[in-house]
Design a protein around this ligand. Structure first.
Ligand SMILES: Cc1cc2nc3c(=O)[nH]c(=O)nc-3n(C[C@H](O)[C@H](O)[C@H](O)COP(=O)(O)OP(=O)(O)OC[C@H]3O[C@@H](n4cnc5c(N)ncnc54)[C@H](O)[C@@H]3O)c2cc1C
Length: 348
């Protein structure tokens, strides 16, 4: 036994992390899951490497070096692999088995969340989804997730006796670049399945981006939320602002109580937990019940008339201003920007 290394079936655990390079570059999920993989590998004192599908992705591979990736396996499947989830699952499972990896890590985005159960079935492994924390406890890997509308934390342990597929909650994925790593050292291996794989029964015909107006707020990328500082008329302006910004609308509980919008758009302890790239809080005081639901946002900007409102201290950037004055100006500014963009074909 190699001391200190976490074991599975008598062998040190090998972590494989699946990264989707469909756009040729690392997206935020890719960057985040690489950071998490390196952190998990350190916790378990084991090796890790990356699995992806072959394609036009030199840029993405070059970016990986900064995240400490030393080894990348590119799955060379049939041309239409990315159109079939089942085929992708089968190929990844084959590669994982052949590589002898016992822990497969994926981000819990649309693709990772859909692939994970398929992979667990193919690999006959345990499955843990939407992990928010992990650590070693009594010789086992303890994984934690949030359940029952994020009100309860649930923990499970993995002792390494069978393979494990884990998806990581996007809210905890932050892209930490490892400063000590010398870029340009990713060793790339092309891997072809040794057995014939057949496409599944389902195929992806078209990829339709989510509509920010209807997407679940927990998956929103950009959010504008209104509190009691917005009147009913002010809320109509907030909705107009979200359309102009291509953002999703949210509300505080009192704003929901006033009937501004549906329950699913309420953010906070009773409402949903959100983690957008950008959260604009308009006329929101910033009670702990609301802050608890937005603290994972990458950037919080607020507008409030009261310089002592708690939201100010909880914002990356705060403006002390009256929304009745700000909103018409902001909307007009965005409209004229849109007009300028249309006139110049987006070059303005
Ligand atoms: C068990 C429990 C669970 C709860 N769950 C939630 C939850 O999930 N989500 C949630 O949001 N709340 C929740 N609450 C309620 C929470 O405690 C707060 O009461 C609520 O978040 C406050 O909402 P608000 O910021 O819209 O209103 P207020 O606290 O009234 O704040 C309004 C803000 O608007 C500002 N303002 C007023 N006029 C203007 C203007 N013209 N321009 C700019 N700013 C202006 C004011 O300065 C003030 O800061 C919960 C409470 C409890 C007890």
């Amino acid at each position: 036994m190699t001391t200190g290394k976490f074991q599975s079936a008598g062998q040190p655990v090998e972590i494989l992390v699946f990264v989707d390079l469909a756009e040729g570059e690392l997206d935020d999920y890719g960057k985040g899951i690489l950071s998490e993989a390196s952190r998990l590998a350190k916790t378990l004192a084991v090796q890790w490497s990356v699995l992806s599908f072959a394609g036009d992705q030199d840029e993405g591979i070059a970016q990986m070096a900064a995240y400490g990736v030393e080894k990348l396996t590119l799955i060379d499947g049939p041309e239409d692999t990315t159109d079939s989830l089942e085929l992708q699952g089968r190929l990844i499972a084959l590669a994982v088995s052949e590589k002898g990896a016992s822990l497969l890590l994926l981000p819990h985005n649309d693709l990772g969340g859909s692939l994970a159960p398929l992979l667990a079935a193919e690999l006959n492994s345990a499955l843990f989804t939407e992990a928010i924390a992990y650590g070693i406890e009594e010789g086992a890997l303890k994984l934690t997730s949030q359940i029952l509308g994020n009100q309860v934390a649930e923990a499970k342990t993995w002792d390494g006796r069978m393979p494990l597929v884990v998806t990581v909650d996007p809210r905890i994925l932050s892209s930490v670049v490892l400063p000590s790593v010398q870029p340009g050292k990713v060793q790339v291996e092309n891997w072809q399945p040794s057995v014939a794989t057949v496409a599944g029964r389902t195929r992806i015909l078209e990829r339709i981006p989510a509509d920010p107006q209807t997407v679940d707020v927990s998956e929103a990328e950009v959010m504008v939320s209104a509190g009691l500082g917005c009147s009913a008329e002010g809320f109509a302006q907030v909705e107009e602002l979200t359309r102009l910004l291509n953002a999703s609308v949210g509300v505080t509980r009192p704003a929901y109580d006033l009937g501004y919008t549906d329950f699913e758009r309420m953010v906070g302890q009773t409402g949903k937990t959100v983690a957008p790239r950008f959260y604009l809080a308009l006329g929101i005081s910033g009670s702990m019940h609301h802050i608890g639901g937005i603290k994972d946002s990458k950037r919080i900007v607020s507008v409030n008339i009261d310089p002592k409102a708690p939201i100010i201290a909880n914002s990356d950037e705060a403006f002390v201003a009256d929304l009745r004055e700000v909103m018409p100006l902001l909307i007009e500014r965005l409209k004229s920007q849109t007009r300028a963009d249309e006139a110049t074909g987006g070059a303005a």
